[in-house]
Design a binder for this molecule. Sequence first.
Ligand SMILES: Nc1ncnc2c1ncn2[C@@H]1O[C@H](COP(=O)(O)OP(=O)(O)OP(=O)(O)O)[C@@H](O)[C@H]1O
Ligand SMILES: O=P(O)(O)O[C@H]1[C@H](OP(=O)(O)O)[C@@H](OP(=O)(O)O)[C@@H](O)[C@@H](O)[C@@H]1OP(=O)(O)O
Ligand SMILES: [Mg+2]
Ligand SMILES: [Mg+2]
Length: 319
Amino acid sequence: MSDSIQERYLVGYALAAKKQHSFIQPSLIEHSKQRGIDLVKLDPTKSLVEQGKLDCIIHKLYDVDWKENLHKFREKCPGVPVIDSPEAIERLHNRVSMLEVITQLRFPVSDSERFGVPEQVVVMDSSVLSGGGALGELKFPVIAKPLDADGSAKSHKMFLIYDQEGMKILKAPIVLQEFVNHGGVIFKVYVVGDHVKCVKRRSLPDISEEKIGTSKGSLPFSQISNLTAQEDKNKEYGEDRSLETVEMPPSSFLTDLAKAMRESMGLNLFNFDVIRDARDANRYLIIDINYFPGYAKMPSYEPVLTEFFWDMVTKKKHV
Ligand SMILES: Nc1ncnc2c1ncn2[C@@H]1O[C@H](COP(=O)(O)OP(=O)(O)OP(=O)(O)O)[C@@H](O)[C@H]1O
Ligand SMILES: O=P(O)(O)O[C@H]1[C@H](OP(=O)(O)O)[C@@H](OP(=O)(O)O)[C@@H](O)[C@@H](O)[C@@H]1OP(=O)(O)O
Ligand SMILES: [Mg+2]
Ligand SMILES: [Mg+2]
């Protein structure tokens, strides 16, 4: 079919400049174009109905004006898929409601693999952090994570806390999460509609009982799974740990889990971080869920995203 008679579709995107730069790559534009899909940049400050005959909108912007703009568009054009609904995305902006998704899943557990989330407590009042009772049943070491996961640099600033002294650096509201040894590797599971792809990334190294006894205070870190191998080495989080020999979790387990999460959250575009308990190889813990992650880092990102856009613009089922 020649270009002139092939039906063309319009996918509008509204993304922060950094995200646009990493996600809207020439290779993706070209791939989609070949399939009859044109990616068009939206002006989030202007009415969406006046920005072309859109067949689908994708977005990762959180300000009130944008949500209002989207809301109006959805009212005027209820048949056009908006990927995803701001209300569904919101749940991932808080590290408690984010992991409640997992604890509420009614997912048939396989005979071998089990899943869950690490024990955690949320502290809303900074004065509680200086007293001895903030941890409740938890034991040191813990990871302290900002409660808000709103995409700001601050929301990624974490601390490994070894003792009560280390708690002094923290400010509420904060989540204190049990540190689980997991062999220094995390599995990032990327979800794009029906498509599920798992990749291995570096993580914090295991902490031995001996180290727990001798380490003091706190260790700050940020987005460790996004470090390159060289940065990782320079930061001395551990020696050059090869990922190649690490066995992946069974893919059917991850696919079933992703499907259950997708349906429960009503989201199409997200990834989740999974660690495997070093003391129990069949126990997997979900530690983080991110909306619209760095898909360009996923193998075959161009065909996978193009296929997803196709499904959306041709009105195949989406959650
Ligand atoms: N409970 C835990 N036990 C052991 N290590 C953990 C735990 N929670 C987090 N980590 C380590 O800390 C890293 C950062 O934690 P987390 O993924 O929650 O933060 P994030 O800033 O939201 O990450 P992302 O960049 O994926 O959004 C993880 O990738 C993992 O290496
Ligand atoms: O660019 P963005 O701001 O969307 O950053 C996201 C980042 O993607 P990027 O690598 O393309 O930056 C993601 O990396 P991967 O999980 O895919 O490794 C992950 O860190 C998300 O948590 C970030 O989203 P945020 O939590 O900050 O909203
Ligand atoms: Mg993470
Ligand atoms: Mg995250």
